[in-house]
Design a protein around this ligand. Structure first.
Ligand code: ASP
Length: 628
């Protein structure tokens, strides 16, 4: 096929911007052929660019030459059109298209490039195979749904940048080639050619750099930063992902919260949604008691402790541990489950840490009618609601600690609350259609997603759809039964509560961290902490973690030294940008909101990475292939 040259031709308008007000206007448009319909003397092209789609008409009588060329045009050809905007006849108006009241009457057609038939069409809504989409990502990204996500992401990131700049934050870049950072995942390593046998690590987060920026007196730092973690992948993980990372000098915990609320509200506004601030705030213990999770989904009924309902004899005959909570898990409107459904649901329950599930309340009712009636009453469950009981199993003894601080949850209690909480989450996902509690969120996203792109300011109320909540006062340590050691629950620069410091060694389980999470609708959006700023405290923490001075020095020596040169109190947080965009796009996977993501097997199918490298490269790096 003979292609036309672009010559001096210049685009005057984009396809999606044309409206009736432009009736009669001369235009030059450029874009991709979305569809072609040949009606003999008339050929219609739907021309697509980022802004949208407009209908082009080529009339054999009016422009015979262009009409003839249009016969050879195929979907995804790149063309330029010279023509005039005109009002469509009443019968031809398409109310589903923003440009549906007009069409462009072509006078000239330039075929700038042809295209192979793509493996799937950007014009189709249903595109099945994700591997194909990722391999031909450039075709996939042409789809309006993907373009919307990319644009939304841009608008959100821009809004966040503006907001943080207004709040006095400086955007500062930190290196990608650095040394191991303390987030606890596996590093991606980069071999040094200049220093054979030595490696850079890609940052798991800018953690130590941002703390050093505070030591450097820069007061308020932020970065929309890429982080690299070589972890086993889950559906909502990517080996490289983006965080909105910030750090500030002299904050209280609440100072950090107000900053985040400000930029998150701005991000939501960019997607057309009003997110009311300030957010709710609960402690970790309370979150576990009420939701069985440290990332509570507040759209569903809370857990209810129904211990009081059962007498000692009931508890004994049910094989329940009387020292632990007895929890009612309540999901509205699910209806009674069949035996088969109950069996299918059992794998969703994790009883490994000594929890026990009673999922047949009908049967329980036969032996304990009064108790079950009282459970229903306490849980405020209607007859058509699903009700289950999770309790401690008297027959399994779990090695776990009990804290000595009155009013705080012990590890064994936490195990029961978590078992109930994850069952609640799993079942609520499974029965989402029946209980309908998530529909409000989807509804608001859909409504907002319909907003025209140039809308300024948020207009849709998100208060009944999005439930952001701060979770505070996490435990500082977690007991690892395998090594029988107290392990840091967070990175080792997280400050303990000042008043808990003296119990660091005598009762680690009772020590609270000045650590906080932001959760929303059952997802963790981010976490942060007030940091340790004194060298003596930092050493104490390292030793309470069983890390020797040498080991600490070897890993973080540069940072420990920096701590000695006038370190101010400081703290910060990082929120996952990919996840925020995913929520606001109403997407089911992070891959829908990242332009070039990796698969669940950590592979980039488009560029085919990772890939072997040449012998020469290996030799330069003095890396040897393993034989055999
Ligand atoms: N660096 C931490 C993380 O990536 C966040 C923080 O503590 O600011 O989770």
């Amino acid at each position: 096929m003979k292609l036309d040259l672009l010559g001096t031709l210049q685009r005057t308008h984009s396809c999606g911007e044309l409206r009736l007000s432009g009736d009669g206007q001369s235009v030059v448009l450029m874009g991709w052929v979305n569809r072609r319909r040949d009606h003999g003397n008339l050929i219609f092209l739907d021309l697509r660019d980022r802004s949208g789609i407009v209908q082009i008409v080529l009339d054999k009588e009016f422009c015979p030459e262009a009409h003839a060329k249009a016969e050879s045009v195929r979907p995804e050809f790149v063309v330029a059109i010279e023509g005039r905007v005109r009002r469509r006849e009443a019968a031809a108006v398409n109310a589903n298209m923003p440009t549906g009241e007009i069409e462009v009457d072509a006078a000239g057609l330039h075929i700038l490039n042809d295209a192979k038939t793509p493996p799937f069409s950007p014009a189709e809504d249903a595109i099945g195979n994700e591997e194909l989409r990722l391999k031909y990502r450039y075709v996939d990204l042409r789809r309006p749904a993907m373009q919307r996500n990319v644009i939304l992401r841009h608008r959100i990131a821009l809004a966040i940048r503006h907001n943080l700049a207004e709040q006095g934050f400086l955007e500062i870049e930190t290196p990608y080639m650095t040394r191991s950072t303390p987030e606890g995942a596996r590093d991606y390593l980069v071999p040094s050619r200049v220093h054979p046998g030595e490696f850079f690590a890609l940052p798991q987060s800018p953690q130590l750099f941002k703390q050093i920026l505070m030591i450097s007196g820069l007061d308020r730092y932020f970065q929309i930063a890429r982080c690299f973690r070589d972890e086993d992948l889950r559906a909502d993980r990517q080996p490289e992902f983006t965080q909105i990372d910030l750090e500030m000098t002299f904050p209280q915990q609440e100072t950090v919260f107000r900053v985040v609320e400000g930029f998150l509200a701005a991000a939501f506004a960019a997607a057309g949604i009003v997110l009311p601030t300030p957010f709710e705030q609960i402690t970790y213990d309370e979150s576990m008691r009420r939701f069985g999770s440290d990332k509570p989904d507040c759209r569903l009924p809370e857990l209810v402790d129904v211990r009081e309902v059962f007498n000692a004899a009931d508890i004994e005959s049910l094989g329940i541990d009387p020292a632990l909570p007895i929890l009612a898990v309540h999901i509205a409107k699910v209806g009674e489950l069949s035996r088969k459904e109950r069996e299918e649901n059992r794998p969703l329950f994790d009883g490994r840490k000594g929890a026990k599930l009673i999922d047949d309340l009908k049967r329980l009712e036969k032996s304990f009618p009064e108790a079950v009636a009282a459970v229903r009453l306490q849980a405020k469950a209607a007859p058509e609601d699903l009700l289950l009981i999770v309790a401690g199993d008297a027959s399994t003894h779990i090695e776990a600690s009990d804290t000595k601080i009155p009013g705080r949850l012990s590890e064994r209690e936490i195990a029961i609350y978590s078992a109930a909480g994850s069952l609640r989450t799993e079942l609520s996902r499974k029965y989402a259609v029946r209980h309908g509690a998530f529909a409000a969120t989807e509804g608001v996203i859909q409504q907002a997603g319909g907003l025209p792109q140039d809308t300024t300011g948020a207009s849709i109320d998100g208060s009944r759809a999005f439930f952001p909540i701060w979770v505070t006062d996490f435990p500082m340590f977690e007991h690892d039964p395998e090594s029988n050691r107290w392990m840091p629950a967070h990175h080792p620069f997280t400050s303990p509560h000042e008043e808990d410091m003296e119990r660091l060694v005598s009762d680690p389980a009772s020590v609270r961290a000045r650590y906080y999470d932001l959760a929303m609708n059952g997802l963790e959006l981010g976490s942060g902490s007030i940091r340790i700023y004194r060298k003596d405290v930092q050493s104490k923490i390292f030793s309470s973690l069983g890390m020797s001075d040498e080991e600490a020095k070897e890993r973080f020596g540069f940072f420990l030294e920096a701590l000695e040169y006038g370190t101010p109190p400081h703290g910060g947080i990082a929120l996952g940008l990919d996840r925020i965009v995913m929520i606001l796009a109403g997407a089911q996977s992070l891959r829908e909101v990242i332009a070039f993501p990796k698969t669940a097997k950590a592979v980039d199918l488009m560029v085919d990475a990772p890939s072997p490298v040449s012998e020469t490269q290996l030799r330069e790096l003095q890396i040897q292939k393993r034989r055999g």
